[in-house]
Design a protein around this ligand. Structure first.
Ligand SMILES: [Zn+2]
Length: 318
């Protein structure tokens, strides 16, 4: 990993960072994401629930910053009888990674109706609406919410809301029985072109750097060792649907097991969504769809379809 030594940013620079970025019309959360979520509420056995809200200070065309508040939603699909396996599908942990929200919603719109007889499904389409609509990896204060995913004591409003929502949902579905768990969860991520610029900015700000000397191409999965069998099915489904799986010898510097990076081999990491949800699930995965040419101008299907294949693969566990 390259380390570039520069003076870290001042507190003020971190505090002002979020406001300096404009909302992009093509990503407007209220106009492009929320209507699709509400439309799902009209379907039989689909229930949209608001699990919280997040407020951001944001620029309003050169005037004083204004407060923007966004609702956070989850979609419950199925009849939630306890004897059915229940799966979690999560998007928008990193706002700029557009395929997460788009793939979770398309999966809900297109695939979920055929799965709801056999399974219960909970979809979190967008954990961080503010960073989503500004095409940012980080939330206010330049904080990575996927480094803040803790059961208790998360710093960010997004993670406090998500963590509380999971706890409440688990208690409701499993009637406070902590020995019962969701069957599996998948948190959708991507590594696009923008990561190169983010890495440069992180080097200046004194933040975490990624090893992008070799830019991976295609899909890979981060899995707990005990979940590898299901992980293999997910990767196989991605291949079966004609998508590329990363074939480099290493993934982020760790061995590549046919498209899977095993948690035991990636060093000690904390505060990830896959680890937070693992408290409540039997299996838990992170997808990474990587393409150095992937930008917001790339046709959506290129990034959405591989993620859809991975979600479908998860439902092959039984
Ligand atoms: Zn990510």
């Amino acid at each position: 990993m390259k380390k570039i030594k520069k003076s870290p940013w001042t507190k003020e620079q971190f505090a002002n960072w979020y406001q300096q970025h404009p909302v992009l019309e093509s990503r407007d959360y209220v106009k492009t994401i929320v209507p699709r979520i509400h439309a799902l509420n009209e379907r039989s056995d689909f229930i949209v629930e608001k699990y919280g809200e997040v407020s951001y200070k944001t620029n309003n065309q050169n005037s004083e910053p204004v407060k923007t508040t966004h609702d956070l939603f989850r979609i419950l699909i199925g009849n939630f009888s306890q004897n059915k396996p229940c799966y979690l599908v999560i998007g928008g942990t990193h706002g700029y990674e557009k395929s997460g929200p788009l793939a979770t919603l398309k999966f809900a719109e297109q695939d979920a109706k055929d799965l709801k007889q056999k399974f219960n499904i909970v979809i979190y389409p967008c954990l961080s609406p503010g960073p989503y609509e500004k095409e940012l990896r980080f939330t206010e204060g330049r904080i990575d919410i996927n480094r803040d995913a803790f059961l208790e004591g998360a710093k960010t409003q997004e993670m406090r809301a998500f963590s509380g929502s999971l706890k409440e949902l688990h208690a409701r579905i499993f009637k406070d029985n902590l020995t019962k768990k969701f069957t599996a969860a998948i948190d959708l991520h991507e590594t696009p072109f923008m990561d190169i610029a983010i890495d440069k900015e992180s080097a200046q700000a004194g933040g975490e750097l990624f090893e992008l000397d070799i830019f991976p191409k295609g899909m890979f999965l981060i899995a707990f060792d005990e979940d590898k069998t299901l992980g293999d099915k997910i990767i196989q489904q991605v291949r079966n649907e004609g998508h590329h799986v990363v074939d480099d010898n290493t993934l982020y510097g760790s061995p590549n097991h046919n498209g899977i990076l095993l948690m035991s081999q990636m060093g000690s990491v904390t505060g990830r969504v896959r680890q937070l949800v693992k408290h409540y699930t039997t299996a838990s995965f992170t997808t990474e769809y990587c393409d150095e040419y992937l930008t917001d101008e790339t046709p959506d299907a290129e990034r959405v379809e591989p993620q859809m294949a991975a979600i479908r693969g998860m439902f092959l566990s039984i």
